[in-house]
Write a protein that binds this ligand. Structure first.
Ligand SMILES: [Fe+2]
Ligand SMILES: [Fe+2]
Length: 349
């Protein structure tokens, strides 16, 4: 993982030999890109021009994809700042002080990702109501995210990280880290970033592309942290320590619990939205499958039945392709309008 650049100095409270210390330093060094500077240097102009030249269905597909990111980043930022940081201080974790230090870097970058996406979508894309004042952290996600069911993954994340922070139990920490670092960051965000990196073939959005290069590099460090954390817990389980028994089983079950809802993200890639940008559902599923195999089986040594995962995904895909998305969206928006206390006359969109 992190190359061992051993500093020549040491502390008493902070262990400078610890790999999380080195990951923290990497964050200090590399995670410093400035969203506002990026806006100043690249500007919104080209992205706005391109956006205006796109067809409606192309805009919808990009908007859906970025909406998943906007809600996802908001959610991971909030959990990183609170429950996940608390869980990293648990006594059962080695070098918990350095892990907490790393969490400050993780939290900072997640807030920057949220900052970028929120401002970018507001400035570049045509104005869609995100119901922001109803508080996305209380479940008022972008209507498309809630209507497709992707929101369930983030709901699960909130529950698992809260439990881990409360119990400091290694098995609960393993479940939270699996959902957060492997499923949300390691699979959902990476599959989404791959799609965004292919956008220049179809749509010239330089600001979006530059930002996603930084975002992906940041996410790489977060995933490294998650994988190393889970390796540590698995090693203790394998060494026979009683408190760690059940770690592997729960890593695996958390994947199976999240898979159907992660498949909802694939909705943005399907013929149901016309796939005008040619994201291609088959290669998307293949990419997701490879990521699962790489992280869960090759790196962590779990025994995930790849075929079972793909079956779960395709069952869910068949289910969602039957949906009438427009009416689901309308239903979601009506619900938000009611929360707002605004009487709907049915004519708004
Ligand atoms: Fe992020
Ligand atoms: Fe992240």
């Amino acid at each position: 993982m992190v190359e061992s650049t051993k500093p020549s100095y040491s502390g008493q409270r902070v262990d400078t030999d610890d790999k999380w210390y080195q990951l923290f330093q990497k964050g200090v060094e590399l995670g410093t890109w400035n969203v506002e500077k990026l806006f100043d240097e690249i500007g919104f102009k080209q992205d706005k021009e391109t956006w205006e030249s796109l067809e409606d269905d192309e805009r919808a597909q990009i908007r859906y994809l970025l909406s998943g990111f906007l809600d996802g980043e908001t959610e991971v930022a909030g959990d990183a700042a609170t429950n996940l940081s608390r869980a990293m201080g648990a006594d059962c974790l080695e070098g918990n002080r350095q892990k907490e230090m790393f969490m400050t870097m993780l939290t900072l970058t997640e807030h920057k990702h949220t900052q970028f996406l929120d401002i970018y979508m507001n400035e570049v894309m045509d104005d869609r109501d995100n119901y922001a004042e109803l508080d996305p952290r209380k479940g008022t996600r972008v209507p498309i995210v809630q209507a497709t069911g992707l929101g369930e993954v983030f709901e699960h994340q909130g529950l698992l990280t809260a439990k881990a922070a409360q119990t400091d139990d290694p098995v609960d920490i393993a479940r939270a880290a699996t959902n957060y670092h492997l499923n949300v960051e390691g699979i959902l965000a990476r599959v989404g970033s791959t799609a965004i990196s292919r956008l220049p073939e179809r749509a010239n959005l330089p600001l979006l592309n530059y930002a996603f290069k930084f975002i992906s590099t940041d996410e790489g460090r977060h995933i490294t942290h998650g994988v190393e954390l889970l390796k540590e817990l698995l090693e203790k389980e394998q060494a026979g320590k009683p408190a760690y028994q059940g770690v592997e089983e729960n890593i695996v079950s958390t994947l199976y619990e999240d898979v159907p809802y992660m498949a909802d993200f694939a909705y943005m890639y399907t013929d149901a939205v016309g796939d005008p940008l040619d994201f291609d559902i088959d290669s998307t599923l293949m990419r997701g499958g490879n990521l699962i195999d790489g992280m869960y089986n090759e790196t962590l040594g779990c025994d995930i039945d790849y075929m079972q995962v793909m079956d779960n995904v395709s069952d869910r895909y068949n289910e969602i392709s039957e949906w009438d998305l427009e009416s689901r969206l309308e239903e979601q928006e009506r619900h938000y309008q009611q929360k707002r206390g605004v009487a709907m006359d049915g004519g708004d969109d």
